[in-house]
Ligand binder design. Sequence first.
Ligand SMILES: CCC[C@H](O)CC(=O)SCCNC(=O)CCNC(=O)[C@H](O)C(C)(C)COP(=O)([O-])OP(=O)([O-])OC[C@H]1O[C@@H](n2cnc3c(N)ncnc32)[C@H](O)[C@@H]1OP(=O)([O-])[O-]
Length: 719
Amino acid sequence: MAQYSLVAGSVGLITLQNPPVNALSAVVRKGIVSTFERALRDPKVKSVVICGQNGVFCGGADIKEFGTNMSGPPLVPMIHAIEAADKPVVAAIEGSALGGGLELALGCHYRIAHSNARLGLPEVSLGLLPAAGGTQRLPRLIGIPAALDLITTGRHVTAAEALQLGIVDQVTDHKIVDEAVKFVLSVAGKPLDARRISTYPCPPLSDLDTVFEMVMQKVRQRAHGAIAPIACVQAVQAAATLPYAQGMEREKELMATLFTSGQARSMQYCFFAQRAVSKWSIPSGARWDTSMPRPVHKAAVIGLGTMGRGITVALAQTGLSVVAVETQEKQLMEAKQAMPGMLERGARRRGVSLTLHKITYSRDIRAVADVDLVIEAVFEDMALKKKVFQQLSDICKPGTFLCTNTSGLDVDHLASQTCNPELVVGMHFFAPAHVMKLLEVVYGPRSSPQAVATAMQLGKKMGKVSVAVGNCRGFVGNRMLKPYVEQAFFLLEEGATPEQVDGALEEFGFSMGVFKVSDLSGLDVGWRVRMADGFAEPGASSGPSARVRQGRRYSPLGDLLCEQGRFGQKTGQGWYQYDKPGGRVARSDPWLHSFLAEYRTRHGLVARRIDNQEVLERCLYALINEGFRILEDGIAAGPEDIDLIYVFGYGWPRHRGGPMFYAGMVGLTKVLQRLEHYHQAHPDVPFMQPCSLLRRLVASGSPPVHRWREVIKKVHSQL
Ligand SMILES: CCC[C@H](O)CC(=O)SCCNC(=O)CCNC(=O)[C@H](O)C(C)(C)COP(=O)([O-])OP(=O)([O-])OC[C@H]1O[C@@H](n2cnc3c(N)ncnc32)[C@H](O)[C@@H]1OP(=O)([O-])[O-]
């Protein structure tokens, strides 16, 4: 709703009230319309201030209403009525003014912001565009290039930047409503014609067509198939080329195509999933709202390789004191040199000024004796990690949480090396750890609720999307990757090329296909894992049994490349070739194509034409099938957890909602049928055998993804 009061004798104060972010629900819109009409009617009222309760102006349209039959007064005419009013209206902005919230403020004649405010039009990240006049008013106010930047990226700006851009008229550190009232009294009686943004011409720009062509090209490249950023450019182009009323028509038309699209549904699902996973619960019954995290003032990182450095930076950026330990002198020196630059770039990326960081370096593990939490990030070797955990258990003060950054080793086994296994959890970061948003918090059967809560809270402090997952080989993300990569290898054996497989995945929306990712992260990483699992063995990659391991189909292609020293970008050759070791631009490699041809001949395989649909189905459905197994095993609490892990850690396109949501969009019956088809064709590939949970969901009528937990609960209760 919206509350109305008369202040300072002549100012109508409208306060938006819809906790927690004063979203513009039907009731709020109704409240604004009626209170505004009241203010206009009242002869005592000479001016109006609009603000939000509880320190937040407005988080925009109510996203929860999007899937429903929208009722109540629409936003656009409401904002027009505010702009057309003959009494001055000031938006008093504190906290957030986002989406429809900022559009409402742009309809006001003046905007004053508290210095804590963040403003933006983030609709693009919900698969939409700012359709309450945002695409038409913002370019008129701040110019086309700046508006294009804000609208196509959805980034939030600080009050200071908003002032610089001209979005707000004044920034204050004082009480926002008092300042707004003072301000509106000072402008009472001044003509308002020059304050109505919709009447402004768009600031002219020379060579408009070239500007839009270039922007469109850039946006398309970044969008990876998402349609909202393209529509945002088209809407701003309308502002630049059409009169306001026609521009508004175009904005409405474009919004209509986005609003009902599967992409918008997927992205809005991601928005709510992100909030849902922070409300974690684990099989022991521990939950986010009953488990108290312990404060962490000082942390330590053991091992300053690529991961350790990123984790140290991520921790230091939160303002914590960090002890960074590396026993190898050379590695320590390199880390010391690299860290300031990483911190500086991090500050620039986050739009904050570089503050003094409290990192101390040591070669001696005993330097961690007084920290509250340690993150071990040494080489991925169980024997080495065990030794580190034994040492930490002896050295650290009582109660120190011991975390491992392993990407898949047994967290419980590491916990058993310590005197207090309840203090041990996994904190699985993704490279580069100070940039990537995902954190898997891995609980073992003995991890205490407090240890999980502390790791989850620390993740949040670091700006991560933290997902609590159970302990199994590869946890959630890497476990699902295995069948996906396996299918990609099989497709090469059957006639596909890395270019084709990657092309199909990139067209689907991944920023990089599976083979390019493999080249980037190093082929030797997977090779080492396969050796540890007893799949890859030296010399076993040739001969008649090369394509069968442990009774199942196996492709030694990755092992063969590693045996040749082709580790990917770092060696200049992998699935692609690069102009030099460390090169970034993947080029098709004729050597690899003849290697594949020879390999097929050697193993009596006849290359066939494989279409992109098969590439997608085999890679993605194998991965999704493993996702169902993970749910069945209780390793992830719900489909949202898996989806966010893939969106934030593995480049799954957000506009496809994550693998489990995508399965629901495709139709669970279809996914099941295709898995059955491929499993019949390849009975020696267990990953293709449809998971019983998937069958159960189909038998229950394929409920929507938000109702899967009910079926999963039933499955677990019957175990
Ligand atoms: C014609 C239409 C035109 C228009 O252009 C379209 C739009 O405006 S599109 C909209 C454009 N606007 C946006 O895209 C802004 C989206 N919102 C945000 O970015 C952040 O929520 C915000 C920065 C505001 C606060 O961050 P924070 O302090 O970390 O808090 P938090 O994030 O944890 O949220 C707390 C609770 O509020 C809930 N909720 C939040 N917003 C909305 C909403 N608009 N609606 C409904 N609910 C919303 C959220 O689900 C959560 O619920 P719960 O049940 O407690 O889990």
